[in-house]
Design a protein around this ligand. Sequence first.
Ligand code: PMP
Length: 353
Amino acid sequence: MTRVSIRDDLRALEGYHSPQVDVAVRLNTNEAPDEPPVEFREAVAAEVARVTWNRYPDRSATALREAIASLHGVDPSMIFAANGSNEVLQTILLTFAGPGRTVATFEPTYQLHAHIARLSGATVVEGERGDGFVLDLDEVRRVVDSANPSVTFLCSPNNPTGVVDAESDVRAVIDMAPGLVVVDEAYGQFSSWTAQSLVSDDAAVAVVRTFSKTWSMAAGRLGYVIAPAWMVAELDKVVLPYHLDAVKQAAGVLAIGYLDEMNARVERIVAERDRLVAALADLPVDVFPSGANFVLFRPRATSGRTVWQGLLDRGVLVRDCSGWPRLADCLRVTIGTPDENRIFHESLQEVLS
Ligand code: PMP
């Protein structure tokens, strides 16, 4: 059999690795610990029964755009939705990055920003975050001046560090960056502020959100961007026609009806996070302060990989960041249910003792 070779520029690329292991306590992918309300699930089932299966879905997802727009108090022309925020990011990068263009990230941050940018054919320039993984504006200036990026990524709260970028820093980056600034707010509900108000017709700023985390809908694959209408019109040209299926469009509209439940979930997760962080203070680990639904930590005397394996042996899966540049020995744990957090804490205690 003759194999065809992949694109030259993709040959050295590694795929995205996040093992899906069947264990009792899964705290590795930052989902919400609980399912959405049963009324939501029943309403989605009723909508499924009403789908006109032989016809394509509403190509512009009108009802969904309107529901998301009213959630944020913006015009529906400022909303573009896709299959998870990853597809939103991909569409943005296909539209505004690509061959011959540069994309800037400030590491460590969400790995898919750089990964999808490379898939688009763009060159990625990785800037560094400063002490405590906080944005360093001198470094941002150096990167944007030297690389002239078409797209600059920020992520607040940042995955995997949990750092919330200061509003003044985000405004400064927007002033400095020559091209589009994407603020990934996948964990935005945990933050005390949102960059949404920085989106305007005169600014190339886009704020990305997802239903995968606080809305308890990771299985549904739905994300969106709030952006100027002119930018959304460009994204609509690039994305595949009918990319959002009818069930997903209906599920998104219905989910927004459970906003109070979502906000209550965020409060519960934050309380659990603060409880877990306080409990970790008794263990020989360094904990990075988090403004999200996960916590990055580094065992002081045992290698990160050993601790990751020890936890897995006890049925607890966390994210192994220990081999990532700048994150030697670090692990990231998602805040789960009180029971899951207790099991994680007890298992970690055992592994470290
Ligand atoms: N952005 C960030 C910062 C994330 O952490 C994630 C999920 N891990 C995503 C985007 C993608 O989420 P989804 O595609 O499920 O919306």
